[in-house]
Design a binder for this molecule. Structure first.
Ligand SMILES: [Zn+2]
Length: 364
C-alpha cells in the first residue's frame, strides 16, 4: 500500500467515524434541515407565554393578560382579551390575509338554543401545493387552542395543554410560509377540544369533501412537560395503516435531523383517542397524536409515566414547561409535516422579519 493509498484509507475511516448521524438516514432533506434551523425556541416560548397569561399582550386598552382560553369564554363578545382574537392578530402580523391565506370555520355553539347568535370557531391557514398533480392532496397540522380547568371561566392557563401546540402551529406558520411544497399544508387551530372535541368533529362534517384528499393529520396536543428530563414522548398512531407510516416517519426524522428524542409508539388499540385526531380516525383518515409521556406503556421506551400533574388545573402554567424537550418535539412535528407535504427545492423570496412576540413589552 502506498503512502497515498493509506492516507486515503485513513481519511475514509475518519470520515465514517465522524459522519454526522443524519448522513446515514435515507429521509434527510436539506430544505427540511433549513426549516428546522429557522425554528426559534424563544419565539415559540413567547407565544406560549402570551397564550397562557404568563406575559401580557398589547390590546386596545393597554397591556392585558389572557387568563383563560376556555371555549365558553373566548367567543363571548365582552370577554377580553380573547385568545381567539389574539391568534387572528398574530396571523395578520405574520402577513397572512383572511379569506386568502386563512379562513375561519364557524360551527354551531353546542348550547345553540340558549345562545343562538353565537358560534364557536376554528382557524384554517393553508399553504397551497405547487405540484399540479399533488396540490389537491392535503397534509393537516393541527392543535387545539382552547384550555380548561376547574375554574375555566376565570383561570385556565393551559400552558402545556395546549398553548404548546397552539404556539407550535404559529411557529410552523412563520417558517413554512417561505417554502414550497408539492402538496397543500393546512394548519388548523381547533376550539372545543375540551368539550368533547366538538371543533374537530364539526370540521370533519363540514369539510367532508376534503377527507378523501387528506394524506395525513399530525395533531400536537400537550407535549412540553418532561419532569424526568428523559426526552421521551408518545406517538399515538392507532391501527390505520397510513397512521403507522406517519408514525414511522417520526422515527426517521428524529434520526435524520439529530433531534435526540425517543418515544413510545402506540400502533394498536391502546392508542389514545381523546384528542382532535380521533374524528379523523373515525372517518378512516390517517393521523397521529404527538404527546408527552403521559402514560406507562409496558415494553415501550419511556418507562414509567411522566405525567404533567397540573393537567386541567389552574396550575398548568409556564413554570412546568420544558422548553428544550418541547421545542425538539415541535421540530419533529414540523419535519414530519414537511416531509409528508413533499418539499420542493426552490425557496420563496420576500421573507418577512418576524419578531419575538411580546419582546417589546417591558415587564416590571
Ligand atoms: Zn389537550
Amino acid at each position: 500500500m502506498t503512502y497515498l493509498k493509506s492516507f486515503m484509507a485513513l481519511s475514509l475511516i475518519l470520515f465514517q467515524i465522524f459522519l454526522p448521524p443524519f448522513a446515514n438516514s435515507s429521509v434527510y432533506n436539506p430544505q427540511v434541515a433549513e426549516m428546522l434551523s429557522e425554528a426559534n425556541p424563544h419565539r415559540w416560548m413567547g407565544w406560549v407565554r402570551a397564550l397562557s397569561g404568563a406575559n401580557p399582550i398589547q390590546t386596545a386598552d393597554g397591556l392585558e393578560k389572557i387568563m383563560t382560553r376556555s371555549s365558553l369564554v373566548m367567543f363571548e363578545p365582552d370577554a377580553k382579551p380573547s385568545a381567539f382574537d389574539y391568534l387572528i392578530e398574530e396571523l395578520l402580523r405574520l402577513g397572512f390575509v383572511e379569506g386568502q391565506d386563512f379562513q375561519i370555520h364557524n360551527y354551531g355553539f353546542p348550547y345553540g338554543d340558549r345562545y343562538p347568535q353565537r358560534n364557536w370557531k376554528n382557524i384554517i391557514l393553508s399553504f397551497q401545493g405547487d405540484d399540479p398533480k399533488r396540490k389537491n392532496e392535503h397534509v393537516l397540522f393541527v392543535a387545539h387552542m382552547d384550555s380548561t380547568s376547574d375554574n375555566e371561566y376565570l383561570i385556565a392557563p393551559g400552558a402545556d395543554d395546549n398553548a404548546s401546540g397552539t404556539a407550535g402551529l404559529l411557529e410552523a406558520a412563520s417558517i413554512l410560509q417561505h417554502y414550497r411544497f408539492g402538496r397543500t399544508i393546512d394548519l388548523i387551530w381547533f376550539s372545543g377540544e375540551e368539550k368533547s372535541r366538538i371543533g374537530s368533529s364539526s370540521f370533519v362534517e363540514d369539510y367532508a369533501d376534503w377527507l378523501p384528499n387528506i394524506v395525513g393529520v399530525v395533531n400536537m396536543d400537550m407535549f412540553a412537560f418532561d419532569g424526568d428530563g428523559d426526552r421521551c414522548f408518545e406517538v399515538h398512531a392507532g391501527t390505520l395503516p397510513g397512521s403507522q407510516e406517519i408514525g414511522n416517519l417520526i422515527g426517521s426524522v428524529i434520526e435524520a435531523y439529530d433531534l435526540g428524542l425517543t418515544y413510545d409508539f402506540l400502533d394498536d388499540e391502546n392508542a389514545y383517542p381523546f384528542s382532535d385526531h380521533d374524528p379523523f380516525w373515525k372517518k378512516g383518515v390517517p393521523g397521529v397524536l404527538i404527546m408527552e409521556n403521559s402514560f406507562y406503556h409496558p415494553d415501550e421506551t419511556c418507562g414509567k409515566s411522566d405525567r404533567n400533574y397540573n393537567y386541567h388545573r389552574t396550575s398548568d402554567t409556564i413554570s412546568y414547561i420544558n422548553n428544550d424537550t418541547g421545542f425538539s418535539i415541535l421540530q419533529a412535528g414540523i419535519a414530519v409535516v414537511a416531509h409528508l407535504a413533499q418539499p420542493l427545492p426552490q425557496k420563496l423570496t420576500g421573507t418577512i422579519d418576524i419578531s419575538i412576540p411580546g419582546k417589546a413589552i417591558q415587564l416590571d
